[in-house]
Design a protein around this ligand. Structure first.
Ligand code: BEZ
Ligand code: FE
Length: 295
C-alpha cells in the first residue's frame, strides 16, 4: 500500500526513478533495456511503498553477501533464494505455458546429475538406497494421445532418510536412473515411496525461513525429466496424495495435477511384475503427456 508523502518528497523520489530509467536509453539490446527498466521500476516502487529504512537496506546487503559467500560449484544459495520466494516456480509457469492436457512442470532442484545409470523397463532405480519399494508405471504420449516411443525418462529422489545419493558422496549413484519408453509409450520401474526432506537450510536462506516462521521441508516427491524429439522437455515431480507438507512446500512446487495416489500394498500381495516382497510396498500410476515444441 502506498504511504502518503508530500508533493515535494514525491517529486524528489520520482525524479530519481525517471533518471535511472533514462540511464538505459542508449542500451542497444532492446530486451536488456526492457528487463532493466522494469527491474528498477519495481525495485524503486518496493523501496518507496515500504519506506525501506537504511538499516533494512544494510540487512539486505548483508544477506546477499552471505548468500554469495556460501555459494560454490555445488551449493547455489541464490537459486535456493529464488526457489523459496516462488520466483523459480513463476519462471517455470511463464516458460511452460499450459497446453491442453500436457503434464505440468515444476522445479528442477539441485540434485539432478547427468550420468545416472540406465535401467530396463521394470528395472530398479533404488540401487540399494533405503526406503519402501514403489512400483511406478504409466505411458508417455503427446497431447493428441499418440504414444511416444523411446522417450528418455530420467528419475531421481531422496531415500527414506531424506537424502539424495550425492549428499552422501558426490560419486555415489542410487535412487536415480534413466530408461526409455517402449514402442507403445509404456514405462515402469521400481523406485522408493517418496518421503519429505528439508532443502539445505544451514545458510542465509534457512535463516530467512526461520525468521518468517516457515519450514524448510519439501513435500515428498519423485523427480522426472522426460525428453523426446519435437516435444517440449518436461521437468516435473509427482507428489503422494495426503502428504502432510502439501501446500506448505518450501519451494511452492506442488500443483494439484501432480498429486497422485501411491497405493500402499501389504507385503504378501504379489507385485505387478510377479514378485513377493518382504516389506510393504506402494504403487503409483503416472501418465505423462508432452506438449509439441511448435505450440
Ligand atoms: C529438490 O526437490 O530436490 C529441491 C528443489 C528446490 C530446492 C531444493 C531442493
Ligand atoms: Fe527433490
Amino acid at each position: 500500500m502506498d504511504r502518503i508523502v508530500s508533493a515535494e518528497q514525491h517529486t524528489v523520489e520520482q525524479r530519481l526513478v525517471d533518471n535511472v530509467v533514462a540511464s538505459f536509453d542508449a542500451c542497444e539490446d532492446p530486451r536488456l533495456k526492457e528487463l532493466m527498466t522494469s527491474l528498477v521500476t519495481h525495485l524503486h516502487s518496493f523501496i518507496r511503498e515500504t519506506r525501506l529504512t537504511e538499516a533494512e537496506w544494510g540487512s539486505a546487503i548483508e544477506f546477499l553477501t552471505a548468500a554469495g559467500h556460501i555459494t560454490d560449484d555445488v551449493r547455489q544459495e541464490f537459486i535456493l533464494l529464488s526457489d523459496t520466494l516462488g520466483a523459480s516456480m513463476q519462471t517455470i509457469n511463464v516458460n511452460n505455458q499450459a497446453v491442453q492436457s500436457a503434464t505440468e512442470a515444476t522445479v528442477f532442484g539441485p540434485f539432478f546429475v547427468e550420468d545416472s545409470p540406465e535401467i530396463e523397463i521394470g528395472g530398479d532405480m533404488a540401487f540399494g538406497a533405503p526406503g519402501e519399494p514403489c512400483w511406478v508405471e504409466g505411458t508417455v504420449t503427446d497431447t493428441d494421445g499418440k504414444p511416444l516411443s523411446g522417450a528418455l525418462i530420467e528419475v531421481w529422489e531422496a531415500d527414506e532418510h531424506g537424502l539424495y545419493d550425492v549428499q552422501y558422496d558426490a560419486t555415489k549413484r542410487a535412487a536415480r536412473a534413466h530408461l526409455h519408453s517402449s514402442p507403445d509409450g509404456r514405462y515402469a520401474f521400481w523406485g522408493l515411496t517418496p518421503t519429505p526432506y528439508p532443502i539445505p537450510h544451514d545458510g542465509p536462506v534457512g535463516k530467512m525461513l526461520e525468521a518468517v516462521g516457515r519450514s524448510p521441508l519439501r513435500a515428498s516427491h519423485l523427480h522426472f525429466m522426460v525428453t523426446h524429439p519435437n516435444c517440449r522437455t518436461l521437468v516435473t515431480h509427482i507428489f503422494p496424495e495426503g502428504d502432510e507438507i502439501g501446500e506448505k512446500d518450501a519451494v511452492f512446487g506442488v500443483k494439484p495435477s501432480l498429486i497422485k495416489e501411491f497405493a500402499r500394498q501389504p507385503a504378501t500381495s504379489p507385485s505387478p511384475d510377479g514378485r513377493l516382497l518382504e516389506s510393504t510396498w506402494s504403487q503409483v500410476r503416472f501418465d505423462i503427456v508432452l506438449a509439441h515444441t511448435t505450440m
